[in-house]
Design a protein around this ligand. Structure first.
Ligand code: CA
Length: 629
């Protein structure tokens, strides 16, 4: 039922390449006026020869169409356009296939299955400040036998629909799952799933179809759609939002891309000499500022929201896209769809820097957030060198960058911007425009980074610092973000860029939950604390400026701040947080009065662990302290 609504919406749109009904099917393609495209119809996915070839007719500028008046359900199709004389014509499912066969080579003509009942939308998100985002790769999360999930669902969408998985996420307390690329990508061969293959999936093929290798049957075009929806439904039922990692900034290559096969040269940016610009570091970059590319991104994200009930997007290398496009996307989606991205590119873009959705330009992006590398690197050390530590290694000089992250990147009179590592000015309008994190799928995970940057680190020290790092993340006014498995002290055996490393590197070892129950417990309790106390997520710059003040401290690697809970409706009148990166205990002078200790040295207990009456708070080495009044 709902699909017919989405379908009639799509009818108004530029990229509705296939409109199916039992009576007729209309194919539409945006292709150059010289293209003379045809549609090839195949009876079966694997057929080499088409059963029919249909010429498309021009129906407007650079637009082609053909209608077949019979029921084509179950058939497969490919577009094929002419290029310059001598070019080889290449088959493509188009740029907006909604269903495909194995490896996404051909479009599939199906009737999208109806929504399942419990897949209803979640209540409107009041503020992104309330999100606790958990970033995962399907295979990392569930491929290992230690997950104790049925073998059939390991590494698949369905793993996230399993009660055991849901119970874990609920116990941890996260309320949004960010899934690494789950659109159809190229680097895993869906015909060889019996062999071990691993990839993060940042090489899009069909942007609007779920990836086949995460389904239980990539040959059945309906299967991946159905199972993706089952996953979303199960997560929604548990109150967990689903955020999709989207990669519009580049394609695997230009020549083989569906963009190029339908409209050669159009969708990319080129240098003055005609060579492709390489802002993505992958040999090409798309041109969001061009009408069709912009419209494609808008319609693609709407498709995921309308058809799969996706709740948010993480935009890969968002700094490659132009600001105007990002704002048009935001405006085209329901208000509570949360969008955040990497506010940088991987190389120089062939577009004016000022007009790109770079981190420094986040204030011009309406409600769209960016990752803060300031706090991340001030905690763990710089991106450029895994062996260098920072605050967690007890090194001075990172305090102002961490404070910048604690206030959620807003303009705050007590943050000395001249001392902040990467930014010399606030780049957000509100703290909800900053993603607060210490690790993600990129780079080393936290335990590996601690081992690489702190010589001879022992396990007890590593755990103390791990908990300290996430305390900074989860008490920041930005939107907190955790890499999956950090809560069970995952490692990647020291591998930094594990994008195609085997499962043995990337997989979560669920037995770690039994080895380190204390780590999981701390994460869960800290998340619960954040959720219970609005003072940790004030959501607006004004509130943060008015109600967060840093306390004076007498030594480096020590940060203390006080939150006015009363002013923001918190059940606690006042809260003090102290982070101590030193290898010795430290003392902070706190305002007089009776303070209750609620978090100390790796233990969280909201009802109280003791009290402080004399204005002197002792915070243990390499740990955090939280007090309430
Ligand atoms: Ca694929």
């Amino acid at each position: 039922m709902l699909f017919s609504v989405a379908s009639s919406l799509m009818a108004q749109q530029t990229f509705n390449e296939l409109e199916y009904s039992p009576q007729q099917t209309t194919f539409t393609l945006n292709a150059p006026s010289s293209a003379r495209p045809v549609v090839k119809l195949f009876n079966a996915a694997g057929d080499k020869k088409p059963a029919h070839t249909l010429e498309m007719k021009a129906v407007g500028k650079d637009r082609w169409q053909v209608t077949v008046r019979k029921d084509l359900k179950g058939r497969y199709y490919a577009f094929n356009i002419g290029g310059k004389r001598g070019d080889v014509r290449q088959d493509t499912p188009g740029v907006f296939a909604k269903a495909v066969g194995v490896n996404g080579q051909r479009g599939a003509i199906i009737e999208l299955p109806p929504f399942v009942e419990e897949e209803a939308r979640l209540p409107q998100l009041e503020s992104p400040a309330d999100l606790i985002i958990y970033e995962l790769h399907h295979r990392d999360f569930s491929i290992d036998p230690s997950s104790a999930l049925p073998e059939r669902v390991r590494g698949k969408y369905l793993a996230l629909a399993e009660p055991k998985s849901i119970a874990h996420l609920k116990a941890l307390g996260v309320n949004a799952v960010h899934i690494l690329p789950s659109f159809d990508y190229a680097s895993v061969d869906e015909t060889r799933l019996d062999e071990p293959q691993y990839n993060w999936g940042y090489d899009p093929v069909n942007y609007n179809v779920p990836e086949g290798s995460y389904s239980t049957d990539p040959y059945d075009p309906e299967c991946r759609i159905q199972e993706f929806r089952q996953m979303v439904a199960a997560l929604h039922k548990a109150g967990i939002r689903v955020i999709l990692d989207v990669v519009y900034n580049h394609t695997f290559d230009i020549e083989g891309s569906n963009f190029h096969k339908t409209y050669p040269g159009y969708y990319y940016r080129y240098n003055a000499d005609g060579s492709p610009s390489n802002g993505s570091g992958c040999g090409n970059e798309t041109a969001s500022e061009k009408d069709l590319m912009r419209q494609f991104m808008i319609e693609s994200m709407r498709w995921w929201v309308d058809t799969y009930h996706i709740d948010g997007f993480r935009v890969d290398l968002m700094g490659i896209h132009d600001i105007e496009t990002m704002n048009q996307i935001k405006a085209a989606l329901p208000e509570d769809i949360f969008i955040y991205g990497e506010g940088w590119s991987a190389g120089a873009c062939a577009y004016p820097q000022k007009q790109l959705a770079m981190k420094a330009n986040t204030r011009q992006l309406n409600g769209i957030a960016a990752f803060s590398d300031e706090m991340r690197d001030a905690l763990r050390g710089p991106f450029s060198d895994d062996t260098k530590g920072a605050f967690l290694a007890g090194l001075p000089g990172n305090e102002e960058s961490i404070k910048f992250g604690i206030v959620g990147a807003v303009d705050h009179p007590q943050v000395d911007m001249s001392q902040v590592n990467y930014s010399k000015a606030s780049w957000v309008n509100d703290p909800t425009q900053m993603i607060s994190y210490v690790s993600c799928h990129d780079d080393m995970c936290l335990t590996d980074r601690l081992r690489a940057s702190i010589q001879d680190i022992q396990e007890d020290e590593l755990i103390r610092l791990d908990l300290l790092a996430q305390t900074a993340v989860l008490t920041s006014q930005g939107v907190p973000f955790l890499l999956s498995g950090e809560e069970m002290l995952r490692d990647k055996k020291g591998v930094h860029n594990s994008y195609n490393s085997p499962d043995s590197i990337n997989r979560l070892d669920w037995d770690n939950l039994r080895r380190y129950p204390h780590v999981f417990g701390y994460y869960a309790n800290l998340i619960a604390l954040r959720k219970a106390h609005p003072a940790f997520r004030m959501a607006t710059a004004e509130r943060v400026k008015d109600n967060l003040r840093f306390l004076p401290v007498s030594q480096p690697c020590l940060i203390a701040w006080q939150l006015n809970g009363k002013a923001v409706g918190d059940s606690w009148d006042d809260i003090i947080v102290v982070l101590n990166g030193n290898r010795e205990d430290a003392c902070v002078d706190i305002p007089q009065g009776a303070w209750t200790i609620v978090l100390d040295n790796g233990v969280v207990r909201p009802e109280g662990l003791g009290s402080i009456q004399d204005g002197k708070a002792i915070v243990k080495a390499q740990s955090a302290l939280i007090l309430k009044k």
